[in-house]
Write a protein of this length. Sequence first.
Length: 154
Amino acid sequence: MKTSEVKTLVQEVLSGMPRRYSEHVIDEVFFAIEQNQDLLRRYETLSSTLGKHVVNNSVGSWVGKLLDKVGEREVASVRNTLIGAYSILDTDAKRLRNPTEAEARELLASYYQENRASLPPDIRQHRDFILELIEQGISVEEAFASAIAQRKKK
């Protein structure tokens, strides 16, 4: 396949992203490529071989295919200089890998800090349960909701 090397590049970038993918995942992939010299070198080599337009369209296409998502509308890119615009993908993009324990702790802490006022005071007692869910690939929001639901059953 003509763009199989682009697919490989996209898979590598996505597998290194430690959080749930946002609707701006295409822009985030290009940003990750631009920030990493090895990835940028591979991107530039592909662009010189296939053409920048083909590579950029293929990156967006492969992101959508790999995450089983579709573009909703096109917006201007503000995070990187590799592309001028990209498609926003539907928001429930899937993960290719689960977070590590350290990443799960960061996700939990960040969510807790941002939502502390609306969380039950005893939610901290369910920290280990929430971490376990996040490490299994459950979204932070769903993990906290599960802990709150479990708390109410007791």
